[in-house]
Design a protein around this ligand. Structure first.
Ligand code: GLN
Length: 587
């Protein structure tokens, strides 16, 4: 007897084929398995079409900025993924810049880069770290990009003589970009985070687009609104009024939030949650609180415990069913809580701002957990580093990270740090400009070229060990024109990098204009700095290392963009592991 197993939901094709098969073999038994838990996924993945339409979750913020909308959006994504849904997360930034690539990190923190080479807001880093998805250009939009698309269409004459207005042309372009993402990859859920705060002039077109989409899509669109409940010390009270006002502001533009997430530093009792629910027209089980937690990675669990994901599903008319276990995520958290022994990493950079090196900090912190240690990061301002004070400033560090960056400021300090760590054999990791400074230091102090530098920092130097690429020379527009996104790199067998990655072909993301100058390669190789990773097409050097030292590696690419909670990056894991070993050796 033959047993045919087929699965799906309302797929008619399979039973028909089974009928045919049964004709040929009368003994065949047909079994049609319906997997309801994963139903959307099966339809999407096996038959490449959506039976159920894509659903849209909008995340907005009120009262103040920096509430962590990105973390909440990522947590919602994570929780829906755990239920078997295919999700993506998108960010709209209401500023006029086309992308944040030209922004000073002091403005919005680090610039994150997607595999397809989009320079984006750092929230996309959270999306990837939490969910393991890979975002693309379509996941990051700004008002600048929306307007540019509309204006380009107008210049082409696509609007056939119409007057172009914020409503409907800009709002339609916003809606088109939201829906396009959902339709393109047949996602079950598209989570769209709107940057900024409700009430900002810049946010108005986005809110109008959300209002329209909620109206058009009914249950298939919900709005999660994040607000802040301050604690007034003098009064000894938690205040909900700002939340009420923020919701009123949303209601005044025609949006009734479905879910409220209240950010708070103190625990909110049921009384407060009930008050907010009744004053804001929101169901009681749709008001959750997001208290400050020791780690952002605890947020998804906290949200799940309060039923945020099931509240969203119920609002959308989906029976939530059983709560998924979040096994590997919880194991990571447990390991993190147990890891109390410290490893100290110094970040040598020029931006004294937490968010400026966000992905590097997160990657180091994840690597600490996987090595059962707590990574303690100390920022070391490279502008203030000199030959005289370097020993003192780097004291107590088990490893040194030389950070990426642009421009002259602080680069001499990075070279001083690279010199000190190379000559004192302290584990050192240079990323992008950090790698370039490692290369320059070696040229100055080992190859004997005192004036060695990067062409970016000294246009006239004869020893331009880091140089500008031919195809970059005539570029006048600075935005979006660097070497951006993922490129292939082939590792040299027998190198430390190869040993760490355990494979020959890797893909890593780039964001730079300058490159190792291959005409100096022989000299470097002879003197002990090896070029161990290169791009197979362009022959550009992507990784340098000094084999004799404990850990001295520079990467032209940015490995920090692809380290996630459940898939930490091997270079960070090995760097932190070596730093821990060195620390133990010192004792
Ligand atoms: N400024 C350097 C370049 O453009 C390095 C950039 C970076 O560190 N991301 O090549």
């Amino acid at each position: 007897t033959t047993l045919f197993l087929t699965y799906g939901v309302t797929n008619r094709k399979n039973p028909l084929t089974q009928k045919k098969r049964k004709k040929a073999n009368p003994l065949a038994i047909n079994v049609f398995i319906v997997n309801f838990a994963n139903r959307l996924n099966i339809i999407n993945n096996k038959n490449n079409k959506t039976v159920t339409e894509t659903k849209y979750i909008f995340v907005t913020g009120g009262v103040v900025s920096s509430l962590g909308k990105g973390i909440i959006s990522s947590s919602i994504g994570k929780l829906l993924q755990a239920r078997g849904y295919n999700i993506t997360i998108q960010k709209f930034d209401p500023y006029i810049n086309i992308d944040p690539g030209t922004l000073n990190p002091y403005e919005h923190g680090e610039c994150y880069v997607t595999v397809d080479g989009m320079e984006t807001d750092l929230d996309l880093g959270h999306y990837e770290r939490f969910t393991g998805i890979q975002t693309t250009k379509a996941n990051s939009l700004t008002t600048g990009r929306i307007y540019k698309a509309v204006i380009d269409k107008e210049r082409r004459g696509d609007y056939l003589g119409k007057t172009i207005q914020v409503v409907p042309h800009i709002t339609n372009e916003i809606k088109r970009n939201i829906k396009l993402l959902g339709e393109k990859n047949h996602y079950d859920f598209v989570i769209t985070e709107i940057g900024g705060t409700i009430g900002d002039i810049e946010s108005a077109p986005y809110l109008e687009a959300i209002r329209q989409m909620k109206w058009e899509l009914g249950k298939n669109a919900v709005c999660v609104h994040l607000t802040y409940v301050p604690y007034l010390k003098a009064a000894g009270e938690l205040k909900t009024k700002p939340t009420q006002h923020s919701v009123k502001e949303l209601q005044s533009v025609g949006i009734q939030p479905d879910i409220l997430v209240l950010r708070t530093e103190k625990h909110l009792g049921d009384g407060i949650l009930k008050k907010v629910a009744s004053f804001c027209n929101v169901d009681f089980d749709c008001v959750v609180q997001s208290e400050d937690l020791p780690s952002i990675y605890e947020v998804p669990v906290n949200m799940q415990n309060q039923g945020l994901d099931s509240a969203i599903l119920k609002k959308m008319g989906i029976e939530p069913g059983e709560t998924p276990a979040l096994g590997p995520w919880k194991s990571f958290l447990e390991r993190r809580q147990k890891a109390t022994e410290e490893v100290h990493i110094g970040l040598v950079g020029k931006y004294d701002l937490q968010d400026a090196y966000k992905s590097i900090r997160e990657s180091l912190s994840q690597a600490g957990t996987y090595n059962d240690h707590k990574t303690v990061i100390t920022f070391i301002n490279s502008e203030k580093l000199t030959e005289e004070n370097v020993a003192e400033k780097l004291q107590g560090m088990d490893g040194i990270m030389i950070c990426p960056g642009f421009g002259q400021r602080g680069t001499e300090g990075k070279i001083v740090a690279a010199h000190y760590t190379r000559t004192h054999d302290i584990p050192t990791f240079g990323i992008c400009l950090g790698m370039q400074m490692i290369v320059v230091e070696f040229a100055r102090n080992v190859l004997g070229y005192e004036d060695a530098n990067s062409r970016e920092l000294d246009e006239k130097t004869e020893h331009n060990v880091i140089d500008i690429m031919e195809d970059q020379k005539n570029i006048t527009d600075l935005g979006g024109t660097m070497r951006l996104g993922a490129y292939e790199c082939v590792l040299k067998q027998g190198s430390r990098a190869f040993e760490i990655y355990k494979k020959e072909h890797i893909q890593e993301r780039h964001r730079h204009r300058y490159e190792f100058n291959n005409s100096f390669e022989q000299e470097y190789e002879r003197a002990g700095m090896k070029c161990v990773g290169r791009n197979p097409e362009s022959d550009l050097v992507e990784i340098v290392e000094i084999p004799g030292l404990k850990w001295y590696i520079g990467t032209q690419f940015h490995p920090e963009y692809s380290s996630t909670v459940l898939n930490p990056h091997p270079l960070f894991l090995d760097f932190v592991k070596t730093a821990i070993a060195c620390k133990k050796g010192k004792k």
